[in-house]
Write a protein that binds this ligand. Structure first.
Ligand SMILES: NC(=O)c1ccc[n+]([C@@H]2O[C@H](COP(=O)([O-])OP(=O)(O)OC[C@H]3O[C@@H](n4cnc5c(N)ncnc54)[C@H](O)[C@@H]3O)[C@@H](O)[C@H]2O)c1
Length: 334
């Protein structure tokens, strides 16, 4: 079984380059979302614990099965631990044979940002050039990079309640050729923005984005409202926007649409990718992509990384699954 560590993911991505990797990942996700009906889908299994959540995210089609283990503990940084940490596995559906086990903390940031940029490619105005980032923690630079390969970004306006997170963002962004503007609050950050990513972490009903901040039609990519009792977008924005989600059954439980009546319905992103529905801020006004992270995005990044690792001979084959001459003689291993 192939095992990939953080170093292996770094090696693969530095070989390929950020741009190529993001674009390839977006293409892989579009392919998988287009085959929506082929997948056995379920909302993730969430264990809610004091101060956080631990989730298992499975999905499969007739070729491959994948799952991710991921947590969300917004107060972890106070103990110098990450809010979100993840590992994942890819298996052969027909036999159940595990193929790969991998780190997924980095891969989650890449796949989340790729998913955000993929949705924005269809839903945001083509000439969007100012991106606001509210929350400059672990996910933030990944978000910028993915959007930068789809849009001609002229300015990033950013705000975080933690000045250290803002300083970290500014330092990491210095290597990229884009104007960054530190803002004093979310009002300031959203001023003039064409697209707004909210990626804050706080396990409560927050209103990071309120209606009076929206002076024109914008594209909102809400990724931090992703758990029951954890939202970011004011209810009147959800009510008045065109809303797109990944998987409605899961979004009703975990997304910002949890604030809406139980029978609330909206577009799923696969319909937009397939061209069944054409939605864009230019024609439909403000659009909210109420993203919570769906297992299919992990499936896409896992199958892409598995292919890349095999092609580039990266990772270690580890003895985690018995190989036996007589498969009924497990006892022979002892
Ligand atoms: N939708 C998805 O697919 C997906 C994937 C990964 C992470 N997430 C979610 O995205 C969020 C960010 O994840 P992360 O790994 O960057 O977490 P993080 O803890 O590293 O960063 C979150 C940042 O939000 C800031 N923050 C909290 N409240 C704020 C507010 N009101 N205004 C401005 N800033 C505020 C914090 O100070 C922190 O710096 C989390 O809620 C996480 O659960 C979603």
């Amino acid at each position: 079984m192939l095992v990939l560590e953080i170093e292996d993911i770094k090696t693969l991505i530095s070989k390929i380059g950020y741009k190529e990797f993001y674009l390839e990942l977006i293409k892989t996700m579009e392919e998988d979302y287009s085959n929506w009906e082929d997948f056995d889908k379920t909302p993730r299994v969430a264990n809610h614990v004091d101060g956080g959540v631990i989730e298992l995210m499975p999905v499969s089609n007739d070729k491959l099965y994948s799952f991710k283990y991921v947590n969300g503990h917004p107060k972890n940084p106070e103990q110098n631990k990450m809010t979100v940490m993840a590992t994942g596995q890819l298996s052969v559906t027909a036999t159940g044979e595990p193929l790969m086990f991998t780190e997924m903390t980095l891969l989650t940031a890449f796949r989340t940002a790729a998913n955000s940029a993929m949705a924005a490619k269809y839903l945001a105005k083509k000439d969007s050039s100012i991106l606001a980032l509210i929350g400059t923690g672990a996910q933030s630079e990944f978000q910028y990079l993915a959007f930068s390969y789809i849009f001609d970004l002229k300015e990033i306006r950013y705000f975080d309640t933690d000045p250290k997170a803002m300083a970290k963002f500014a330092k990491n962004m210095a290597q990229f050729d884009v104007k960054i503007t530190a803002c004093k609050d979310s009002y300031d950050a959203t001023d003039g923005a064409d697209m707004i990513t909210t990626c804050t972490a706080d396990k409560r009903y927050q209103t990071v984005l309120t209606k009076d901040m929206l002076k024109k039609d914008v594209y909102i990519n809400g990724i931090g409202g992703d758990c029951p009792g954890k939202t970011e977008i004011a209810k009147d924005i959800v009510e008045s926007s065109t809303v797109v989600v990944e998987f409605l059954e899961q979004a009703r439980i975990e997304g910002d649409i949890q604030q809406m009546p139980k029978d609330f319905t909206c577009t799923e992103i696969y319909e937009v990718i397939r061209g069944d529905k054409k939605l864009n801020v230019a024609t439909h006004g403000t659009i909210l992509f109420d993203s919570i992270g769906f297992a299919l995005e992990d499936y896409s990044v896992l199958r892409l990384i598995y292919d890349l690792a095999k092609k580039n001979n990266v990772g270690k084959e580890m003895n985690l699954i018995p190989e036996l001459d007589d498969v009924k003689n497990l006892f022979s291993l002892l």
